[in-house]
Each structure stands twice: as C-alpha cells, then as structure tokens.
Design a binder for this molecule. Structure first.
Ligand SMILES: [Mg+2]
Length: 279
C-alpha cells in the first residue's frame, strides 16, 4: 500500500512539473508574440496615458491657467492708470494641446500602429469632438470679461477653419470667429500672423505648448540647441510666455530624430534610446 502511495506522489510531481514546463513554454511564446506585434507608435503610449489619465496633468493645466490669470491681472492693473489712448489689448493663444485636447487622436495612432498623417488627422478634426483642457474655457472667458480680445493662432491648416471654429464654440471658447482664428496657410512660421495682430492690438500674453508659439527663434533649424535659446529668453517665461506640457509630440521631437522624420521605425527606435542621457 505504502509503495502505491509513493508511486502516486511521484506521478503527481512528474505530471505537475511537465505541465509547469508546458505553461512556461506557452508563456514565452505569448511574450514573443506580443513583442512582435508591438505597434510602431507604442512609444507614445506612456506620454498619452499621462496626458489622459494622470490627475497631475489636470493639476498642471489648472495651475498654469491660474498662474496666467495672476500675470494677466497684473498687466491689466499696471495699464489702468495710463491716460494716453492706446491700442486695445489682446492675448494670443495656440489651440492644440494648449486649450484643446487631441490626445484621443494620439491614442488612435497607437492603436493602429500608424504615425501622424493627413487622412487620419483630417478625420479627427472634422469630427469636432476635441475637449477643452482643464481651466482653459474659464480663463479665456475671464479675459473676455476684462475687455481683452483672444486670438487663436494655430498651425492647423486653413481648410479646417470651419471645423475648428465649431469645435471651439461647442466647448465654450469666446471669440470663436473668422477674425480671431488664424490658421496655417503657407507657412508654419507664426510670425506674420502674430504681427497682423500686433498691428492693431497690444498683446499682453502668449500661451502655447510649443516654443514656436512664442517666437520663431525657437525653431530647431535655427537653433541646434533649443535649450540655449530658452536660457537666453528665460526672463520672458512666466512674464509674457505661458508654457503648457506636451510630452506626446512637438518641436522637441526634431532634436531626437535630427529633424528627419523619414527614418525607418527601427532607426527611430534606436535614435530615441541613443538620445537619452545616461549620466
Ligand atoms: Mg500646440
């Protein structure tokens, strides 16, 4: 009898170890299968998750608009006692990832393993369902309430003017009209559009998630080291320039890919790792 029990235990051990081995092999195959199916845009997922899911991202937007309001109030107060007739006041803001949230578009790129392209972007913009970022609508309406105009200067293509206007209006932004929305026609350089506002208005504040929303001197081609340019203009940040976080995309990416987005996905993956500071 004892012999029979012992044989049974040996058999159970042998069977379970055989099954464990099989399970491990299955698990390994599953991992290999998963990694071979990783989307070419998978590297965007953590940044997009942070932008969409983290309470910290929302807090940063509230914090930045609260700060913008303090700076704005200070400028209005300072100007109040000047008697000389002056130009009316305005602020200039970027749209995407400054006041409108397009992170669902990034999520679609990750899901489909694709990169930014005109077809998918056009579909997203024409859906007109981008939501306002936290604090943005309140701030812009506060500015309007103080008698100051808001100009939206964005590098969305001019063909999206109507869709953009409707999207801004739908979520409650003021001045959502053809006079106050200046989109990209021929160039992504916003200088001429900024100048056209400056001709008739005193611009007291600029808001954006990309440094080129403030000054073309931050363009990568002109400044191989954008960090040097930031150091040069450091006194303007928080005084005239209000910057918002965008870890998903932006001018900063060009520094990683040496301004060449035509490289293969594998080359870009390697360049991302090489560009990281290890010390
Ligand atoms: Mg933007």
């Amino acid at each position: 009898m004892k012999k029979l029990i012992f044989a049974g235990i040996v058999l159970i051990f042998a069977f379970s170890s055989c099954c464990d081995e099989e399970k491990n092999v299955e698990k390994e195959v599953l991992i290999q299968k998963d990694s071979s199916e990783i989307s070419n845009s998978e590297h965007l997922s953590m940044a997009t998750l942070w932008f969409q899911k983290s309470a910290e991202a929302k807090a940063v937007y509230y914090q930045t608009f609260n700060f913008a309001k303090t700076v704005f109030d200070g400028k209005i107060k300072k100007d109040r006692f000047k008697l000389k007739k002056k130009k009316p006041k305005a602020i200039i803001t970027d749209i995407d990832e400054t006041i409108l949230n397009n992170s669902p578009y990034e999520a679609r790129l990750i899901e489909t393993g694709t990169s930014y392209n005109e077809k998918s972007w056009s579909k997203w913009v024409n859906e007109k369902q981008a939501k306002a970022l936290p604090g943005a609508v309140n701030f812009m309406n506060y500015v309007k309430g103080k008698g100051v105009d808001v100009f939206y200067i964005s590098n969305r293509n001019v063909k999206y003017l109507q869709a953009t206007l409707e999207n801004l209006k739908k979520v409650g932004f003021p001045f959502a009209d053809e006079t106050h929305i200046l989109l990209k026609d021929k160039t992504s350089d916003k200088s001429a559009r900024r100048d056209s506002v400056l001709k008739n208005y005193k611009v007291i504040l600029y808001l954006g998630d990309n440094l080129r929303d403030f000054d073309e001197n931050f363009k990568y081609a002109k400044n191989m080291n954008r960090n040097d340019s930031v150091a040069k203009y450091k006194d303007l940040f928080g005084a005239e320039y209000i910057v918002f976080p965008n870890p998903m995309y932006g001018e900063w990416e060009k520094a990683v890919y040496e301004s060449d987005f035509s490289k293969s996905d594998n080359e870009k993956r390697k360049m991302r790792i090489d560009a990281l500071n290890k010390k």
